[in-house]
Design a protein around this ligand. Structure first.
Ligand code: C2O
Ligand code: CU
Length: 489
């Protein structure tokens, strides 16, 4: 169907109905979902050129709206978008600038924007109470006071976050600074944003309809999209490239690698560059996390193809039992570059544990409510509590340093934990994987906890006082109430 025909046939109210019906529990899921045998990834043919979201420098005007996009090759899908198609522009800014963003809400329900990873004043952070009604608007003025890095933005209205992100509302927010520019990293066409999201379709359209079990495990789709496209490829020259990878999925964890045993050189994660490059063959990336990697295609002959893949990481879990490809790189020309991998990337001083004025234990292993919850399994909670908009759960002092211990030792689900308004360092992971992985050696705002793990993080709270949230970035868990308020005083 052509876009014009689509618009003719779809009144706004029909779109509204589609959006509403995406919330209705669907009955067509089989017994197999219960034991996680479904959700097997469907790979495509990797013959569509990768789309790169357009760049908005320094400011942006976003319109959360219904749109149409070719997510699956040759098929039109109704989506949500901040512009056209799926997703929004990549907003770029330099440290020290102020970014102004206007948000028009053309949806039939409330929305807002959280600037994930950015350290912002309370009223700019996108707390779920600060929303625009349908037809309303919001203006964000974002002072960029932090270091270079790959951040992102997405809606945060309570109970609607997962659906709105899943249907297409998200974008990258890239900060540059002098320290990073001095490294002369691959840039321009050699710097590729890679936004990874899994989607579930009914026919040609996105279907967001988690049943009780999927609220527990997270809603997993069978088609993996990169920048809003299923199974794309990108032509590359035989030289160094930089990939800025965002896991924008609601719940799926990836174990990223390259085919043919090629290595990924991890240079950064959520909060910018690491101290030194880390060479890995596999790296886990949970929902909300970012990965900054370099790939050296220099030794590959023209004509060679390699894939960005997700490798198996579990025999047992509903996720991770299957390896699949996400994106194909096709070497189509010789490359030249004078880039050499620096041995030092950035200056990060370790926050000493002795600075900490308080250690808090954050219990994320329990569900509460038992029978009253999903399929008798209870609702997701933090410290035994479910989110309440106006209740302050933890109070911290501006400018002080604390250690928070996320405890999933007794848990049997995966929880990527995110704290608004701050960047932290990872001190230690106990239990299951029992180590801090390469991408966790820099600044982070989201930390992945597999079942049976406990992670200790340390952070200094900024001088922005007010109420911020922290929550699980499995967005089904977040919407289920796995979120608390903390107040900086
Ligand atoms: Cu990206 Cu409160 O989340
Ligand atoms: Cu969770």
């Amino acid at each position: 169907m052509k876009r014009r025909d689509f618009i003719k046939r779809s009144s706004l109210s029909a779109l509204t109905a589609w959006m509403g019906s995406s919330l209705v529990l669907n009955a067509c899921h089989t017994e197999e979902d219960m034991i996680g045998e479904s959700n097997w990834i469907v790979e495509g043919s990797f013959d569509r050129p990768l789309t790169i979201p357009y760049v908005s420098n320094g400011s942006a005007s976003l319109n959360a709206q219904f749109s149409v996009s070719e997510l699956l090759k040759g098929k039109s899908s109704t989506t949500l978008s901040y512009a056209n198609g799926l997703l929004g522009p990549t907003i770029r800014a330099n440290t020290g600038e102020t970014v102004n963003v206007s948000l028009q809400n053309s949806l039939s329900e409330e929305t807002n924007i959280h600037w994930h990873g950015l350290i912002l004043p309370e009223n700019m952070d996108g707390h779920p109470r600060d929303v625009a009604s349908p037809g309303g608007s919001l203006n964000y003025s974002l002072p960029v006071i932090q270091r270079a890095g790959t951040y992102w933005y997405h809606p945060h209205p309570h109970g609607l976050t997962a659906k709105q992100v899943f249907l297409g509302l998200a974008g990258m927010f890239i900060i540059n600074d002098a320290e990073e520019s001095a490294l002369n990293l691959p840039s321009g066409e050699f710097e590729i944003p890679v936004i990874i999201q899994d989607k579930h379709f009914e026919g040609n359209n996105l279907e967001y309809s988690p049943n009780d079990d999927e609220i527990m495990t997270g809603y997993l789709g069978e088609q993996i999209l990169v920048n809003g496209q299923h199974a794309p490829f990108v032509n590359v020259a035989s030289r160094w490239y930089r990939l800025r990878v965002l896991n924008g999925s609601t719940a799926r964890v990836y174990n990223l690698g390259l085919t043919g045993g090629a290595n990924l050189i991890v240079i950064g994660s959520d909060g910018g560059l690491l101290r030194t490059p880390e060479t890995v063959s596999n790296i886990m990336l949970g929902p909300g996390e970012r990965l900054d990697v370099l790939i050296d295609f220099s030794d590959l002959a023209v004509g060679k193809e390699i894939y960005l893949v997700s490798n198996k990481f579990s025999e047992f879990n509903v996720q991770g039992r299957q390896a699949f490809s996400l994106l194909k790189f096709k070497v189509d020309r010789e490359g030249t570059s004078d880039f050499t991998l620096p041995s030092t990337l950035s200056n990060i001083s370790a926050l000493s544990e002795s600075l900490s004025v308080k250690t808090r234990t954050i219990d994320i292993a329990q569900t509460i409510g038992g029978e009253g919850g999903h399929g008798g399994m209870g609702r997701h909670s933090i410290n035994g509590k479910i989110f309440e908009m106006d209740r302050v759960d933890e109070t911290v002092s501006a400018g002080t340093t604390e250690i928070w211990e996320f405890d999933n030792l007794a848990g049997d689900e995966i929880h990527p934990m995110h704290i608004h308004g701050v960047q932290f360092q990872v001190l230690e992971r106990m239990g299951a994987r029992n180590k801090v992985i390469a991408s966790e050696k820099g600044w982070k705002d989201t930390i992945l906890l597999m079942p049976g793990e406990k992670v200790r993080v340390i952070m200094t709270f900024p001088n922005y006082t007010g109420v911020f949230v922290f929550h699980c970035h499995n967005l089904e868990h977040e919407d289920d109430g796995m979120m608390l308020n903390y107040k900086i005083i």
